[in-house]
Design a protein around this ligand. Structure first.
Ligand code: NAX
Length: 341
């Protein structure tokens, strides 16, 4: 039996964590052999801690074989103590007519404090996924405040956008999502994100690999396929979060938790041979890939081997490169605002 790893999840009483904690405890993230000790961190307010206690009662009632222990706390010193992984989910979701800048101002203080707590209490090998929005800039703020943890250990979540893109293509082509391979979503988790299907393919049941563009053209014609990709598809992926809020009255929760599981599962267990996923990674550690300078957390296609991500260098078109540059500019704008706080 492996010894348990410690996993902190912030925002433990919130709606994303109501899915996420159960999936981690079930073994969906770290594999069927790896016991976990869950650290549930909430704000030190009675109602939030009580709600987290209720969630912990339900976790125990599931009798998950791999759940070694649960720590519930409102104290970051306890929450981050000796953790191997950190899911930073707790933050205010965007509401009503809030802009991203408003959200950045509101949430930045949380990530300054949690970066400092990681620096002081977590293992130096801790791997961090930031989900709380604006996720890329919050990951940057966290890393800046935890300078003794390597930059490559701070990532942000673009996997929901990646999965959304797969979902749209699979629906359009009437194939299983598992047959849609090697899509990539670049840039900021914002309206400037860039979903790219140019290197993606549909894996046939007979093992054939049909490029996504070709598969779409076969169904709807080449011109209509181009129009779909540049129009409906791009807009849908970029604005899916708002569409969910409009339909559900609340922001994405189970799909966000699922994406967080997918992200960390691939980081911990690796990506399948020949495949990549989209991860927001620190460009201090990407050697100028895709022309993005050091200093931001930017989503790129990554493969993971032995727990280490590496960027997959794809020959993007000039038109795509221009979109990638625009998303980098968006992030450098956020960076200036974020690091002033
Ligand atoms: P909820 O409002 O349901 O829950 C947030 C929880 O975090 C609350 O229980 C709150 O008390 C707690 N919290 C706040 N500050 C904290 C702190 N300093 N330490 C510990 N806990 C703290 O929000 P939920 O729907 O779960 O969403 C959480 C975050 O995920 C939001 O910022 C949201 O915008 C973001 N999202 C990010 C996505 C992504 O793809 N990166 C998609 C889904 C989601 O919108």
């Amino acid at each position: 039996m492996l010894s348990p790893i410690r996993v902190v999840v912030t925002g433990a009483a919130g709606q994303i964590c109501y899915s996420l904690l159960f999936r981690i405890a079930r073994g969906d993230c770290f594999g069927p052999e790896q016991p976990v000790i869950l650290h549930m961190l909430e704000v030190p307010v009675e109602v939030c801690i009580k709600r987290a206690e209720g969630v912990a009662m339900e976790l125990r009632d599931c009798a998950f074989p791999l759940l070694a222990d649960i720590v519930i706390t409102g104290d970051a010193a306890v929450g981050f103590k000796d953790v191997d992984y950190a899911f930073l989910v707790g933050a205010a979701p965007r509401k009503g007519d809030m802009t991203r800048a408003d959200l950045l101002r509101k949430n930045a203080g949380i990530f300054v404090g949690q970066g400092a707590a990681i620096e002081q209490y977590a293992k130096k090998t801790v791997k961090v996924l930031v989900v709380g929005n604006p996720a890329n800039s919050n990951a940057l703020i966290t890393s800046v405040n935890a300078p003794s943890v390597p930059r490559e250990n701070f990532t942000s979540m673009e996997r929901l956008d990646h999965n959304r893109a797969i979902g749209q293509i699979a629906t359009k082509l009437s194939v299983l999502p598992g047959q849609v391979k090697n899509i990539a979503v670049f840039g900021n988790h914002s309206a400037t994100m860039v979903p790219v299907v140019d290197f993606g393919y549909i894996l046939g049941t007979d093992g054939t690999k049909t490029p996504i563009r070709e598969a779409l053209a076969a169904v709807m014609g080449a011109d209509a396929a181009e129009k779909y990709l540049a129009g409906e598809f791009l807009t849908c992926v970029r604005t899916r979060g708002k569409a969910i809020i409009d339909a559900r009255g609340m922001s994405s929760a189970a799909s966000a938790a699922n994406a967080a599981i997918d992200h960390v599962h691939n980081w911990h267990c690796g990506t399948p041979e020949g495949e990549w996923v989209s991860m927001g990674v620190h460009t201090d550690a990407t050697n100028g890939a895709y022309g993005v300078k050091a200093g931001v957390v930017y989503s790129m296609p990554c493969r993971v081997v032995d727990g280490k991500w590496e960027v997959v260098d794809l020959p993007v078109s000039e038109a795509t490169a221009a979109l990638l540059a625009a998303s980098a500019e968006d992030l450098f704008g956020e960076r200036a605002a974020a690091l002033e706080i």
